[in-house]
Design a protein. Structure first.
Length: 153
């Protein structure tokens, strides 16, 4: 029996490698996004904690202490705004990486389907050849049996 050989197997392997690279890139972008979100949440927590502390200790602080506390709140607000922009940029990068991965997956699946169709066609052809051989063999046997009957008569 012949063995099925997919002529585009090297192309399929290349597309699988490309897809794997895109998966790794997406995972990297997702890690960057998670880190950016964690930094943003840390800044938000620090700002909220400072605001609560400032409200609670407002009467106890002198002018210089109040000025420094409000300056630091303003700094944290700016940092939080920058962190928001960074998270938005990271989210867009993740979406772009996801779209690239989807395209790479589609490219690979096209070749997967082609390989499966060719494998099925190969199996059908093998079955057809085998059936033809069986039919020929049966026809020869039948012919010999007819000849032996006629000779025996």
């Amino acid at each position: 029996m012949a063995r099925f050989v997919f002529r585009l197997a090297p192309v399929l392997r290349q597309r699988e490698r490309v897809e794997e690279q895109k998966k790794l890139f997406l995972a990297r972008e997702q890690r960057v996004l998670v880190d950016a979100e964690a930094r943003r949440e840390m800044l938000r927590g620090r700002r909220e904690a400072l605001a609560r502390e400032l409200i609670a200790e407002h009467r106890k602080l002198d002018y210089e202490g109040l000025r420094l506390a409000y300056a630091h709140l303003d700094f944290l607000a700016r940092e939080l705004t920058a962190a928001d922009y960074h998270v938005a940029a990271c989210t867009q990068a993740v979406e772009r990486a996801r779209e690239v991965l989807v395209r790479a997956t589609k490219d690979r699946k096209i070749l997967d389907r082609l390989q499966e169709r060719q494998r099925e066609a190969f199996k059908r052809e093998e079955l057809r050849v085998e059936q033809r051989e069986l039919d020929d063999s049966n026809a020869r046997r039948y012919s010999r049996s007819l000849q032996s009957r006629h000779q025996g008569v």
